[in-house]
Design a protein around this ligand. Structure first.
Ligand code: FAD
Length: 518
């Protein structure tokens, strides 16, 4: 007997967003999560007795609309948290600090010329980000679709571009596909400033400052929220976002089952063709539903859970060819006290370690050939300064994104390779916080391979599948599955591998629900 209208695979933030929208409209929804806790890559977990961290450690563009629609404030999420400063670390303690947002944005530690350029640069990029913002929460029209609703989406984009004025319109067309390096070189002199500003166009992707592709688009995507591209840890931490999503889901009647791994999607054939009718759990239990919505990544959904035998060869080949190898590793340190970064009164910002764009480019070059760099580039935080419950009283957690660490390391992820990387990362942080070594009680390294295994994300990829020009908008993850429906009736996508992409935003979950609800 069919007990549910919809089964959602995965209780990451997008699965929960999609489930709640559907339940708000009266659907009976079951969410099945393989892990023991909801949250996916944003789940907070204990990595050492008393010390907790989440893989995703800041919020920069969570959709205000989703927060409003799902009443997340009532459920404990404060989307209006003040942004934290972003600090470009300098080994002589002469750091660059970006703080505030919008009209209150400030820059310290650069020349007067760079400070002036920064104001102009921010305003221009903010206008471009605002132009794109409505499209992140819209279903992109199917290639070749001439229905009125699709034509209106293109017309709206055209109109918004036109309203930018002739000069900005031309600039937008030029800048949107520039390599980050060109954009930075055009605007600034300080090498450190260029590196830190390019960071948000690159993190999570297999691209570097010289890559011509979607790095500026990624920057604009991350600038789309109310924080204007700044980063925050909400009151109560990332845990408060996932807690609020879980609570909002429960309040609308969504059932979330954790420890429930889906083994396969059930397909029935009739004279009308194939249809997804439910799922089979890894323990053999079958659950039927009107539709199945997967927040698992596209390769996992189509190649593992569905099976290529149900797909046209061209489509399954395109899914096979998706680029989804992650290049970001996580390092979590349990610390005996607050680390002391030279030249900073308190390490309560998001700190970038990348002296210049070449340091980023060279680290990427190593990763392209299956190695990690000997000169690591990193983003580090002390989240326990914002959320005390992450560590016992007086103790702290350091959370670091290490950029370009390959999923497939040449020679494999042996214990030795892992230990060398941990040591290298600690040595890198110690350049800026020399006393940190003596404060370390425990370290945890999560390579992209670990992220794949722990969080059930192919390649351990930040966006589930690369955020690149050929895998974006109406091609994300590929045409025929870019409108959340798939070639199999009754099967939909709602995770980061769908438009608009990854990061804690809620866009794919929101758009998929709207598409399903019609
Ligand atoms: C190293 C790293 C750092 C990041 N840092 C940040 C950050 O600081 N800020 C930010 O905004 N973003 C960050 N991101 C990106 C962000 O975490 C992801 O894009 C986002 O969490 C994706 O959400 P999702 O709901 O689409 O998918 P996920 O969070 O991946 O959730 C998918 C869920 O599906 C479940 N699942 C998969 N297969 C099955 C199955 N067969 N049965 C049942 N369940 C299944 C998984 O267990 C998982 O819980 C980071 C990503 C990485 C890899």
């Amino acid at each position: 007997m069919q007990q549910y209208d919809t089964i959602i695979i995965g209780a990451g933030h997008n699965g929960l967003v999609c489930a709640t929208y559907l339940a708000q409209e009266g659907q009976r929804v079951l969410v099945l999560e393989a892990s023991d806790t909801p949250g996916g890559l944003a789940a907070t977990r204990e990595f050492f007795p008393g010390f907790k961290a989440s893989v995703a450690h800041t919020v920069s563009h969570f959709s205000a609309k989703v927060a409003r629609d799902l009443k997340l404030a009532v459920h404990g999420f404060d989307s209006a948290t003040a942004p934290m400063p972003t600090v470009g670390l300098n080994s002589a303690g002469e750091h660059i600090v970006l703080s505030g947002t919008g009209a209150e944005a400030e820059i310290n530690g650069v020349s007067a010329e760079d400070a002036t350029s920064y104001r102009g640069y921010r305003q221009l990029l903010q206008r471009f980000a605002e132009l794109l913002e409505p499209f992140w929460l819209k279903t992109m029209p199917r290639v070749g679709d001439t229905r009125l609703s699709s034509l209106l989406t293109f017309a709206q984009l055209g109109l918004k571009l036109r309203l930018l004025g002739k000069q900005d319109m031309g600039e937008f067309m030029r800048v949107a596909t520039l390599p980050a390096r060109d954009l930075m070189d055009e605007n600034f002199d300080s090498e450190l400033l260029k590196a830190m500003l390019s960071w948000d166009g690159l993190i999570g992707s297999k691209m570097a400052p010289r890559s011509p592709n979607a790095t500026v688009l990624a920057l604009l995507y991350r600038m789309s929220g109310e924080l204007g591209g700044a980063h925050a840890i909400p009151v109560g931490g990332i845990e408060s976002l996932i807690g609020a999503l879980n609570s909002a889901a429960a309040s609308t009647g969504v059932e979330v089952k954790t420890g429930a791994r889906v083994g396969r999607i059930l397909i029935e054939g009739s004279e009308d063709g194939l249809r997804a009718t439910g799922v089979e759990l890894a323990n053999g239990e079958q659950i039927v539903a009107g539709r199945v919505v997967s927040s698992a990544d596209p390769q996992r959904t189509f190649l593992q859970l569905l099976g290529v035998e149900y797909l046209e060869i061209e489509f399954s080949n395109r899914i096979r060819r998706l680029r989804c190898e992650g290049y970001v590793a996580k390092l979590h340190l349990a610390l005996d006290g607050v680390p002391n970064f030279e030249g900073l009164a308190k390490p309560d910002g998001r700190m970038i370690i990348a002296a210049d764009m070449d340091a980023i480019e060279f680290a990427y070059d190593d990763a392209k050939y299956g190695n990690y760099s000997q000169q690591l580039v990193m983003e580090i935080l002390v989240p326990s300064l914002h959320q005390e419950s992450l560590a016992p009283a007086g103790k702290h957690v350091l959370s670091a994104h290490i950029m370009y660490v390959p999923h497939k390391l040449k020679g494999g992820w042996t214990e030795e390779a892992r230990a060398i990387l941990v040591q290298l990362a600690i040595d890198t942080v110690a350049i800026y916080a020399p006393a940190i070594r003596a404060q370390i009680l425990h370290s945890e390294l999560l390579t992209p391979l670990d992220l794949e295994q722990i969080h059930n994300v192919t390649g351990g990829h930040w966006h589930h599948t690369e955020f690149s020009a050929d895998q974006l908008l109406m091609m994300r993850p590929t045409y025929e599955a870019a409108q959340y429906s798939t070639p199999i009736p009754g099967l939909y996508l709602c995770g980061a591998g769908s438009h608009p992409g990854g990061g804690l935003m809620g866009g794919p979950g929101h758009n998929a629900a709207r598409q399903i609800l019609g």
